[in-house]
Every structure is written in structure tokens, then in C-alpha cells.
Design a protein. Structure first.
Length: 453
């Protein structure tokens, strides 16, 4: 536990530093993103000639707007060699910066102007080492074996997208995506959003997906490999019809596929608590590497070992918390993980299970120490406090105000914050205005006290 005056001063600064996170640089990842740059849309064209190998060709067209005068456009990028850079169809000079890794495009933008930046790159993608966890982020390559074909997929949280595409790689700049995947005939290619086209040209086919709800760059799903496509009946919620498709490596046994059949029931339960599901499609893609599960937009990335209802529920909840309602700063990760963890209790209760074992388990995870909920180092982003203490904070609020008020509060939060970079201060402001000072004080104690309330 961190109890020093320096820690408390930093915590206060993070909490009150503004509720709109376009105020880059990020307190924990100061090298990510460019202040004053707003990317509206990414059009990505990826060519994967041999699934399972790390070679990739990518053409990225970013439609962007300058919110202030910019002497250069600086995109986060540590990927393969650049072949061409154009702005509005004209070739422009560029340089690559090593620390922090940037593609610096020498083209000035006046405040309020828009431009289309097109970058083509090709080569071997090596990914980047995560700052705190023993794994590599970005473009993943799963080599073929005697029993399993090769595969590739994106695993980007928090800052892995820059390993293979030039992006404004910060959650405070969500964007829409169109993704074109060119792969050999017979190979599946899926991405976040709705499938628009699948066109064969000789020995390859190009599949196009469109995602019309802005999401952070880390949330983009891309999967290439030999997959069984399981189309399920549409999920109906009040006022919505959501298409549902899951994807499994052909070797996935039936018992590991079975939990995904509950997804429709889980989605309906969470929609009742959180408000309308923010997209028009959903599903999961199972992958074989032993990575954490990841809440990629409309298409959760689920390692084989994560094929359990609890994890399915957690990642589905992130479609609201993290994807549709983006973080304003990485220091507020608990806004994603606390809500997604609490969704596990809501699903358990929907199945008439006693929630007390989950509450006890969350408290047990914190017996070795906890911290205030706003992270002050990258090591805090995905620690037990972000998950378990965040969930307990929400349960304390629900217990105080009652289910009806808590449900209405969640509906308002997801509706008013969708697409808006969100900080802890925004949540506390809403608690104060909708639930009253006593409820806001309860939540504030959970956010700020060094010890567990």
C-alpha cells in the first residue's frame, strides 16, 4: 500500500486534472498520442500471405482533424519499414523517431482542418514488450504445427496497436474502423464490426468489416486463421436485434465451445443493468496461445483456457465499459475493470446464485494490500485493486442506493459517456447529481482512501 504524502498529492492531481482526456500527455504513458490530434476514422488494408508468420503488409488511411495548430503529424508507430506516406494524395516527407516511437509526418495542419494520411508499410512485425506483464503486445503470430494451421491476431491493450499500424494509440482518441483483410482462399479473416464484403481474386480473398461506433485503438479485433464459424440465432433485447457469431479453431473440443452458447442470456442480463448494448453484433474468437482474455470490440478474444462463463461475462461487459465508454487516461483503468468484474456478480445473481462467495473472494484478493483506485504507475493498471476493489466500490454504492437507483445510474452513465473520454471525476460528478451527496461520498471514499473502506 502507498500511503506517502507524495502519493496522495499525485492521486489528487490525477483525480482533479480534468474530466476530458484530450489533455494529453497521459500521466502514465506520456509518450502515447499527440495532443491536439483527433483521428476520426481508420481504413486499414492488411495482407497476410502466409498465416502464422510475422510478415505483413498494411496500408493505413487515417482521417484526422487538428484541434490546435500542428507543425507535424505524429503517429505512434514501431512497426515494419515504411514504403510511402501521403497526405490528401500527395507524397510528403517523414522521419521515424525512436523514443517514444513515432512516425513524424512533416505536414502542418491549421486548427479545425481535416486531412487524410495514408501510410503503406511492409515487413516482419515483432511486437512490443508489455511494460509490466511477461507478454508481447501487438500483432501475434502462431506458427503452424503438425496438428494446427498457422494463425495471426491482434492483441493490443494497452499500446500494442502501434506495433503494426501507425495510430494515435491512446484511448482518449476513439475512432471508427474499416478493415480489409486479404488472405489465402480457405483461410478465415474476421475483424471488429459488420462484415460488408468477401471478394475472391485468384488465390486470395479480401474480407471487409466496418465498425461505425468509435472505439480505442487497442480494442480493434483482427483474426486470421482456419476457424469454424458458428452463426447463432440473433439476440433480442428491448429495441435491439444483435447478430451473434462465434469462431473456434477447428481442434476446439465441444466442452470448451459449450460455455459460449450462454452468451445471448448473458448479454440480455447485462443490457438490463447497463442499458442498450452499444453495437449491432457480438461474438467471441477462441485463440490457442496462453494470453489473458481481451475485450476486443464486438468480438472478444478468448484464449482456450478462458472458455468459462465468468470470463465471457467479464469481456462482454467491457463492450460498454472501455469500448463504448472509453478511458480518458490510463490511470482510470478501474473504470473498465471494476465494472467488468462486477458484471460477474450480476450474472451470478441472474442464475439465482448467492453473490456472497464472489464478494468474499474479492476481499480476499486484497488482504495482502490495496491502493486508491486511480493508478499511479503502469503496474497498477491490471492489479487486484483495479478489479476487486473497483467491483466492491460498485457493490457498496448499489447497497446504499438500492437496485432501482443503481440501475438507472448505470443506464445514465453508459448513455451520456458513450464516445466521450471518461475520467473518475466524471463518474463521481454523475453520482453526485443523480444519487446525491451521501452516495457520492461513499464512492469517493472507495476511490481515494489508502485502506479498504
Amino acid at each position: 500500500m502507498l500511503r506517502s504524502a507524495r502519493h496522495l498529492a499525485l492521486l489528487l492531481a490525477l483525480l482533479t486534472g480534468g474530466s476530458h482526456a484530450t489533455s494529453l500527455p497521459d500521466p502514465l504513458y506520456p509518450g502515447l498520442g499527440q495532443p491536439g490530434l483527433d483521428v476520426l476514422h481508420y481504413d486499414l488494408a492488411l495482407t497476410v500471405p502466409r498465416p502464422g508468420t510475422p510478415w505483413l503488409q498494411v496500408t493505413t488511411t487515417a482521417t484526422l482533424r487538428a484541434e490546435q495548430a500542428l507543425d507535424t503529424v505524429q503517429l505512434d508507430y514501431s512497426g515494419p519499414d515504411i514504403l510511402t506516406v501521403q497526405v490528401d494524395g500527395a507524397t510528403v516527407p517523414y522521419t521515424r523517431q525512436a523514443a517514444p516511437p513515432k512516425l513524424v509526418i512533416h505536414h502542418a495542419l491549421r486548427p479545425g482542418t481535416e486531412a487524410r494520411v495514408t501510410v503503406t508499410a511492409a515487413g516482419t512485425v515483432t511486437g512490443i514488450q508489455d511494460a509490466t506483464l511477461p507478454l508481447r503486445l501487438g500483432w501475434q503470430s502462431v506458427p503452424a504445427t503438425s496438428t494446427q494451421p498457422g494463425a495471426n491476431f491482434a492483441f493490443n491493450e494497452p499500446d500494442g496497436a502501434r506495433s503494426f499500424v501507425p495510430v494515435n494509440d491512446h484511448p482518449a482518441d476513439p475512432a471508427t474502423f474499416t478493415t480489409h483483410l486479404t488472405v489465402p482462399v480457405g483461410v478465415s479473416a474476421v475483424a471488429s464490426g459488420t462484415r460488408l464484403d468477401d471478394r475472391t481474386q485468384g488465390a486470395t480473398h479480401t474480407v471487409t468489416y466496418d465498425l461505425t461506433v468509435p472505439v480505442p485503438t487497442y480494442a480493434l479485433a483482427i483474426h486470421v486463421g482456419t476457424l469454424d464459424e458458428v452463426r447463432r440465432p440473433a439476440i433480442h433485447t428491448p429495441g435491439q436485434t444483435i447478430s451473434w457469431t462465434d469462431y473456434f479453431p477447428t481442434s476446439t473440443p465441444a466442452d470448451l465451445r459449450a460455455p459460449y452458447a450462454r452468451t445471448g442470456d448473458i448479454l440480455r442480463t447485462l443490457s438490463d443493468w447497463f442499458g442498450p448494448y452499444p453495437f449491432t453484433s457480438y461474438g467471441s474468437v477462441v485463440v490457442t496461445p496462453a494470453l489473458p482474455a481481451l475485450e476486443t470490440a464486438t468480438l472478444s478474444t478468448m484464449p482456450v483456457r478462458s472458455s468459462r462463463e465468468r470470463v465471457i461475462t467479464h469481456e462482454l461487459a467491457h463492450q460498454w465499459f472501455g469500448n463504448a465508454v472509453p478511458l480518458g487516461a490510463w490511470s482510470d483503468t478501474w473504470l473498465n475493470e471494476g465494472f467488468a468484474t462486477y458484471a460477474e456478480l450480476l450474472w451470478a445473481q441472474a442464475k439465482s446464485q448467492d453473490p456472497q462467495p464472489l464478494l468474499d473472494a474479492w476481499r480476499a484478493r486484497l488482504t495482502g494490500g490495496t491502493r486508491p483506485l486511480i493508478a499511479t504507475s503502469p503496474a497498477h493498471l491490471f492489479d487486484d485493486s483495479a478489479y476487486a476493489r473497483g467491483a466492491l466500490a460498485l457493490h457498496a454504492l448499489r447497497t446504499q442506493v438500492g437496485d432501482a437507483a443503481f440501475r438507472a445510474f448505470l443506464h445514465t452513465y453508459t448513455r451520456t459517456r458513450q464516445g466521450h473520454p471518461t475520467r473518475t471525476a466524471d463518474l463521481l460528478d454523475l453520482a453526485r447529481t443523480q444519487l446525491g451527496l451521501r452516495a457520492a461520498d461513499t464512492l469517493t471514499r472507495w476511490v481515494t482512501q489508502p485502506d479498504l473502506p
